[in-house]
Design a protein around this ligand. Structure first.
Ligand SMILES: CC(C)(COP(=O)(O)OP(=O)(O)OC[C@H]1O[C@@H](n2cnc3c(N)ncnc32)[C@H](O)[C@@H]1OP(=O)(O)O)[C@@H](O)C(=O)NCCC(=O)NCCS
Length: 327
């Protein structure tokens, strides 16, 4: 590495994907939200954003012998009112920290976000990464919430039954095998509705094709609560990357009109039993500290809590600055 050369910032090219993924892989605490540690997945993510017309920009800081840093901005059309927000990713290689590279990258992407008319920016940092947190707070980000990493050893699970009036629960696979009409279409509609209510965007680009692939990974561990033909709640578990004995909890949700009846508790209980029966040993998931009911269900089921992510937010409309060069 050249210690004196100032890394040059330039637009990302597809050929940089492997180097960006390698930067992410080297992160001691693992990736932040929406970061990819795999080049193919990174390029597929960008392609989906472009196909849907979302704002998406990537920059790299190139040192003589590789990448000193990488940054990305993409649009999240999620949340109440469909406000157009941006999500920011910044990663500087350890040897290049403390030289203002993140600040230069951020300045360019923040300017791009403003010119594109995005209302605000989100970003997150690992709770153990004190330097990243200091950086975020010095650059106009305020803490919005924490996303807690929750883990459960299935041998220690304490599943409770749901409320007395909990409706029938079936796996997606069983509903399909029984010939129930339009199972995928109805599951997708439910998933879309529930995503609107979670505290943070989980999936940025949502299409029926994406959903069919996503849910097809493990239809035996996608549980659906149904009532008189209507799908009203779901709980999705999927195998974790790189550990055949572990599962990741994806969305758990119940439609707003049916909440508080023990349906999510019943879904959680059924999913833990199904996971155990399928031979898995552990489950991990992320729950925002603003999501009191989900935390209550998770704690009652025996999940333990660990340092996770600090989620930041900053408005782009409060103090417009025109001093950022074009991306
Ligand atoms: C989280 C969610 C799934 C809960 O569904 P639900 O069917 O209402 O849940 P249940 O009725 O089974 O249980 C809710 C529990 O939370 C508790 N709870 C509810 N609000 C609470 C609050 N403000 N503070 C503390 N506990 C609370 C309830 O008392 C109940 O616990 P109890 O059975 O011990 O009394 C539902 O609110 C939802 O779909 N939210 C949107 C999707 C989401 O955020 N999913 C999680 C992220 S993936």
């Amino acid at each position: 590495m050249s210690a004196i050369q100032r890394p040059a910032i330039r637009l990302f090219r597809d050929g940089d994907a492997a180097a960006v993924a390698a930067l992410v892989c080297a992160a001691p605490d693992g990736p932040c939200s929406f970061e990819h540690d795999d080049a193919t997945a990174l390029l597929a993510f960008d392609r989906q954003l472009r196909q849907r017309g979302h704002v998406a920009a990537r920059l790299v800081a190139e040192a003589g012998d590789g990448l000193a840093a990488a940054a990305a901005l993409f649009e999240t059309r999620w949340g109440p009112g469909g406000v157009r927000r941006g999500w920011l990713l910044l990663r500087v290689a350890p040897a290049w920290r403390g030289r203002g590279i993140a600040t230069r990258l951020f300045g360019q992407l923040r300017g791009a976000a403003q010119r594109a008319g995005l209302a605000s920016l989100h970003a997150d940092a690992r709770e153990r990464d004190a330097a990243a947190q200091r950086w975020a707070q010095r650059h106009g980000f305020a803490v919005q919430m924490r996303s807690i990493l929750c883990r459960l050893e299935l041998a220690r699970a304490t599943p409770r039954a749901g409320g007395a009036g909990a409706p029938p629960i079936a796996t997606l696979a069983a509903l399909q095998a029984a010939g129930a009409p339009d199972v995928l279409g109805r599951a997708f509609a439910l998933y879309r509705t529930l995503l609107e209510d979670i505290p943070l965007p989980d999936q940025v680009v949502l299409t029926p094709e994406w959903f069919a692939e996503f849910i097809g990974v493990c239809p035996d561990l996608c549980l659906i609560a149904h009532d008189g033909g209507q799908f009203i709640g779901m709980c999705i578990l999927q195998p974790a990357a790189g550990d055949a004995s572990a599962l990741e909890q994806r969305l758990t949700g119940v439609i707003a009109s049916q909440r508080g009846r023990g349906i999510a508790t019943a879904l959680k209980c059924a999913s833990l039993q199904a996971a155990r029966a399928a031979g898995y040993r552990s489950i991990s998931t992320w729950i925002e500290d603003s999501n009191a009911p989900m935390l209550a269900i998770s704690r009652a089921a025996g999940f333990s809590e660990h340092p996770g992510m600090v989620v930041y937010h900053q408005s782009l409309t409060d103090r417009r600055r025109a001093d950022h060069p074009s991306v």
